[in-house]
Design a protein around this ligand. Sequence first.
Ligand code: 5GP
Ligand code: ZN
Length: 123
Amino acid sequence: MDNCIFCKIAAKQIPAQIIYEDDDLLAFKDINPAAPVHFLIVPKKHVATLADCTAEDAALLGKISLLAPKLAQEQGVGYQADGNGPGTGGFKTLFNTGPDGGQEVYHLHMHVIGGPRPWRRSL
Ligand code: 5GP
Ligand code: ZN
């Protein structure tokens, strides 16, 4: 999509701190982090919002969800489950959708946010 900032990042037309890439997905650090660790996972193909996803995007959304804990672990904010209780560490995952959802960039992205609280800004 012309003039989509995340399409331009995916096409390497503008720089970003990329932490993961495969054929379908890209993950890069948020330019204005809300917390010590804050990165975004985006599909390389342009989809505007979660509400624009269809059944054809189910595998893509699954890939995004499964990638989040893997990259969180690599970035030092993984979740260590203890089997029953809360465990330790962890992170927040978030899709903002539409104006009332606080979405500013209309290219689907999952926020992955972690690190010791309090965080610098809320999302
Ligand atoms: P939204 O409010 O749409 O859910 O979140 C968009 C996020 O993208 C924000 O947290 C913002 O800081 C981040 N962002 C906006 N423009 C850029 C950019 O050019 N590069 C990077 N790395 N992050 C961006
Ligand atoms: Zn786009």
